[in-house]
Every structure is written in C-alpha cells, then in structure tokens.
Design a protein around this ligand. Structure first.
Ligand SMILES: [Zn+2]
Length: 319
C-alpha cells in the first residue's frame, strides 16, 4: 500500500461552467446557452450533482488547439474575439466572447485528462459549449469552433502517456470533424452511430480510415426513426468488436442527445432509458480505464435534462 487513498472510491469529475454560456448567437438558434440550464436542471435532480467533484477549466493554449487544428483555423477564430457577432459558416455563429469560451471549453477537458493516467479508472462528465465534433482541422462547422474531444484525445497521448484512444459518438449527426482528424492515424479509433441521411452527409459505412488508420474508423449510418433496439444491436454487434480491435486505454464519448425521440433536429427515436443503456454499455467495457463523456448536441430542453440526469446516474453508478 503506497497511498492512504488505495481502495477509496473517488467521485467522478464534472466540468460545468456558467462561463460556457458566454458563447451566444440569439435565442432562436438551437445551440444556445439555455441548453446548459437544461443540463443543470437534470444534474440537480435527485441531488445527483453531489455525486461529482466539480473541477475548474482553464484556458487552452494555442499549442493545444494546434494538436488537431491548423494555425490558420486558430487565427480565424481568434480574430473574432471582441468583434461584432458574425457567422463562420451558415450555421456557426461567433460573438465577441466565443473564442475565449471555446478555449475554456477545450481547457475543461484538458483539466480532466490531466487527472487521468493509463491503467487507472476515472469517470467524468463535461458540458462544454460550443460543441466540437463537426470542427475539422481547418474549419469551424455545424455550431462547432474547435474539436474539443479530438484535442483531448491527442493531449492524452502527448501529455499523459496513453497510446490508444477510442472515441464513441452517439450524437444524431455524424462527427465528421473527428473522423477527418484521425482518418489516417491508427492510434485513435472513431465509432459513430448517426442518422443517415442527415447533416453533414458524411459517415458512410465504407469510410473505414486510410493508410495506418485503415480499419480505425467505423460508421454505423442508421435510417430515420431508428430506436433503442437498433442502437442496442449496433453496440452489441459492432461496437463490442471494434473495441477489441482498438484496444483503447482511454475512452471519450461524444455525448450528443439529439437522437432523443423529442429532439427537433433529428428523426431518431432513442429514449432516455436508451441513452442510459448506451452509457452503461460503454462504462462497463471501460472498466479500469478513464472514460469521459463530453456534451455535443441535444436541442430539446426536457430531453437534455432527462438525458443529462440518466447518463450522470450511469457514471455515478446511481441506483
Ligand atoms: Zn448533433
């Protein structure tokens, strides 16, 4: 025994900041600060928030953003700081505070990863805004400025000694940015279930990675109205096998709640119980290693509250 804390059950980590509401583009945009109020309402039910240790985010540095992004992309977003509201593409707004908020969104995940090490179980739930999984190496896209989860995966490898990472993406939309970043990599596996056809249009089964990354990218496009049973089949039949192929040492989850049956931006039919089932499936396989859930999409306030509550319960092993 080398530590007084051996055998002591540590609480899972939580990153949740009011600062993440500073990125705003008007109340009628579906990706708005009120989403976080909904998540907090879900986390506050059942006193669940007390089951977590809240940690403070920091401002990510340019070198950290450039773990997955081009310097030009960093400069494009940085140039919006302090400026009037504008659009980086037809969906993706920025306001004067968006750049700084995005740096803290990334920095929240980096603070979690700083507490992770290979072979040590860790659980965390982070609620960054803006979201990240559509951001490509060179561009903002689909409400996303920087690819939070991809930066966290690279940072885990570079700074914390992890060799292989797995990113599981259950957002209703394909995580095209994450796929692009790791497509020819061969150390980070990407598994995505998503509605097809739907924005952004990528995510065909045949997109399996290239070069050293051949086989490391796995897409499960699903028809509109797919439900819990379809997701269960995808996880039991395909994620389980892909997991064995990747053999991850750390698992990061792009937790988008817009496949929920109440969500206005997809036609999927996942229930709150279905989301909890997926979270528990992932957590069970991630025994003995870090597993970090990261908010992506989700645009119905009640569904966001319910799913935040359900996944937090899975993470905290709440019965
Ligand atoms: Zn989405």
């Amino acid at each position: 025994m080398t530590s007084l804390l051996v055998g002591y059950a540590m609480k899972p980590l939580l990153v949740f900041e009011n600062r993440y509401k500073d990125h705003k583009g008007g109340p009628h945009h579906p990706e708005n600060p009120a989403r976080l109020d909904a998540c907090l309402a879900g986390l506050s039910r059942d006193n669940l928030i007390k089951e977590f240790d809240r940690i403070e985010p920091r401002r990510a540095g340019k070198d950290e953003i450039m773990l997955v992004h081009t310097p030009e992309h960093h400069s494009t977003v940085a140039a919006t700081a302090g400026q009037e509201d504008s659009m980086l593409d037809e969906d993706t707004y920025v306001c004067a505070e968006s750049f700084d908020t995005a740096l803290f969104a990334v920095g929240g995940l980096l603070e979690i990863v700083d507490l992770c090490e290979p072979g040590k179980e860790e659980r965390a739930f982070a609620f960054p805004r803006p979201p990240g999984h559509h951001a490509t190496p060179a561009s903002a896209m689909g409400f996303c400025l920087f690819n939070n989860i991809a930066i966290a995966a690279r940072y885990a490898q570079k700074e914390r000694g992890f060799e292989r990472a797995l990113i599981v993406d259950f957002d209703a939309h394909h995580g095209n940015g994450t796929q692009d970043i790791f497509y020819d990599d061969g150390t980070v596996g990407f598994f995505s279930t998503h509605q097809h056809p739907l924005y952004p249009g990528t995510g065909a089964r045949g997109e399996r990675g290239s070069g050293k990354g051949e086989g490391w990218n796995m897409n499960i496009p699903m028809i509109p109205h797919s439900s819990d049973v379809d997701y269960k089949r995808a996880y039991e039949d395909e994620l389980a096998e892909f997991w064995e192929f990747v053999k991850p040492e750390i698992v990061l989850v792009s937790a988008g709640f817009d496949a929920h049956e109440r969500d206005p931006l997809s036609q999927m039919k996942v229930t709150t119980a279905g989301y909890r089932w997926m979270a528990e499936f992932i957590l069970a396989r991630a025994a003995g290693m870090p597993c970090v859930f990261v908010l992506e999409g989700g645009y119905d306030p009640d569904a966001l509250a319910d799913c935040s509550n359900a996944v937090a319960k899975a993470i905290a092993q709440y019965r």
